[in-house]
Design a protein around this ligand. Sequence first.
Ligand code: ZN
Length: 80
Amino acid sequence: MKEHCGHSTDCLKMIQLILDGEATEQQLARLKVNLESCKPCIEMYHLEKEVKELLTKRMEKRCCPEQLVATIKSKILTFS
Ligand SMILES: [Zn+2]
């Protein structure tokens, strides 16, 4: 297993494609080979995945209209 990645820019691009669900089968296969031999890329993959999950959760919260309306109403009440 490699401790350093000599192609981290490419790896990051591919990781982001996969997490966005936009990678082709060929890219998926290539990244899988990379990840099996490349320690920093495995770590990067998990980190990116976590960040993405966090962002998704946040967006879901923000998109909740009922809660948003309640928040706005309570703010209006506070200021009036
Ligand atoms: Zn790599």
